[in-house]
Design a binder for this molecule. Structure first.
Ligand SMILES: [Zn+2]
Length: 308
């Protein structure tokens, strides 16, 4: 593992160097002359760059304060998953910590990556081989931090995946607790923001296809106008029964599994599978942009195309 980023001239900061040396003076392997040169190039980069910076610790604090991960029982660790350099000037956000996203973030000179789907999940094998070796190798080799928030990012009332998908589709959640349903109250229940109903589930599906630019799988099983709409992004097909119980005319999510087709037909509630990636593209950039603006950092969303 390299302790220094590959393009140290433009990205490492004086405080990074201090941090490395204060923790382990031998680790960096830089002699005094090289350290002095590094300090000079760092100062030049700072003046040239002009962007504000924060520490990795402050960035974690800002994400945690906004998303309150302690409120959720989740499938993996939320927060800082891979520790990179101390100083952060630029965040790249994306949906999944795939190799393609990590490579693109390194190319974009990010100090930190913010995603919905991180690297570590409950029940994982745990060996650092194959794709895990490649992804971790890139992050550690370039000293880039990885921040991942799963359910807390779905749930945030204004910036989360569900809130942002609602915004994209022109849907507003009902006020108070009637606007939430399902386990840990992550699902949203609401209606069209103009107060009108969709004349049919087909009309709702066409509306969603136009908004997301992608065909949807529709179980057109609600033979009535669609007023009460439940939604939960990603692989939330397991929330369908809770959506039915909450009184939805239609349920929008990313994926469908075999049982949901039967539930839709038998209960007369429409089911729309609109793509896991397609429904979860909006929360990560909204949160990262918000926190970047708060701390004066640069931010870039990189969408790695995914047919799912
Ligand atoms: Zn997901």
């Amino acid at each position: 593992m390299d302790l220094l980023p590959r393009s140290a001239d433009s990205r490492i900061s004086e405080s990074d160097c201090f941090h490395l040396h204060s923790e382990n003076p031998e680790a960096c392997g830089l002699d005094r002359v090289l350290r002095a040169q590094l300090r000079e190039t760092t100062c030049a980069a700072r003046v040239h760059n002009g962007a504000m910076s924060t520490t990795r610790h402050e960035l974690l604090h800002a994400f945690d304060l906004l998303l309150a991960p302690e409120r959720f029982k989740d499938y993996g660790p939320n927060g800082l998953q891979v520790e990179g350099r101390t100083t952060v000037r630029k965040i790249v956000s994306g949906v999944t910590a795939s190799r393609a996203l990590i490579e693109a973030a390194i190319h974009a000179e990010a100090d930190a990556i913010f995603v919905h789907h991180g690297l570590f999940w409950r029940g994982q094998d745990g060996r650092v081989t194959g794709w895990m070796k490649q992804r971790l190798g890139l992050l550690l080799g370039d000293d880039v931090s990885l921040f991942a928030y799963h359910l807390p990012l779905d749930a945030h009332p204004e910036l989360g995946n569900n809130a942002q998908l609602g915004l994209k589709l022109g849907l507003v959640a009902h006020a108070g607790s009637t606007g939430r349903f399902g386990e840990q109250e992550i699902g949203f229940l609401g209606a069209r923001d103009n107060g009108e109903s969709f004349p049919s589930a087909k009309a709702l599906a066409t509306h969603v296809e136009t908004a997301l630019g992608k065909p949807v799988t529709l179980l057109d099983t609600a033979h009535r106008p669609i007023r009460n709409i439940a939604w939960c992004t990603g692989g939330a097909q397991g929330y369908f029964e809770a959506a039915i119980a909450a009184g939805a005319d239609a349920f929008i999510t990313g994926e469908i599994s075999e049982p949901q087709a039967h539930y839709a037909r038998e209960m007369g509630v429409a089911f729309l599978a609109c793509g896991h990636h397609a429904t979860e593209r909006y929360g990560a950039p909204a949160v990262a942009a918000h926190v970047a603006a708060q701390l004066g950092l640069a931010h870039q969303f990189i969408d790695i195309d995914n047919p799912a």
